[in-house]
Design a protein around this ligand. Sequence first.
Ligand code: GLP
Length: 244
Amino acid sequence: MSNLNVVIAKDYEELSKKAAEYIASSINAVPNGVYGFATGGTPVGTYKALVDLYKEGKVDFSKITTFNLDEYYPILKSNENSYDYFMKENLFNHVNVDLSRINLPNGEAKDPALECVEYEKKIVEAGGIDMQLLGIGTNGHIGFNEPSDCFSSSTQLISLTQSTIEANKRYFESEEQVPKQAITMGIKTIMLVRKILILISGSSKAKIAKEFLKGSITPKVPASVLQMHSDVTVILDKEASAEL
Ligand code: GLP
């Protein structure tokens, strides 16, 4: 399984605890570092466990800078389905992070192309990302880098595939309300991160977990590119590891 560090947790709760401990120890090692966060159903338990560690005095967020992976486009920050809203609800409102050092792609930007260039520039100016949390889509996407004929480069505006719209519509009132585009860090942006933690949970991810970890490196399975990164930890729960 290449050089990926694969950890199998007995269930979602154990996966969440292990992930929170990994993130907390990364922050404790570099308290003024740059941390990349992700959204989706998978990391919700991780953020809960991180908030618990914070309340126990085991991690201090006061000096970190954050960059989120992606955001729907267009979307208002006040929309409960925006990733801006998600991060505040699930993590930022509950810990001592400095709100002036939080960065997410702006789903309200008038000029999304310019927003992408500026977002990438901000990451570079911050000195790059020390640690990035990732999830994986059932189609193998990371961030919103959808299966394609080539790996994407830097932060960009993309069109969501029908399968992602289907997968994410559960969070919205109807499929029509799911934005059809998103701003996402590119594959190159993600590959430049110093260390990566990717979480895979549930039986619906078992097939893609196998393709990602044991299949060939192909832009048809965007996550497979991580096999070429030198510092990736993958935490799966038992259900997601069923086909390995
Ligand atoms: C979303 C996000 C990804 C996330 C993935 C899986 O569309 N853009 O960053 O990893 O899909 O989400 P979930 O954890 O809800 O399965």
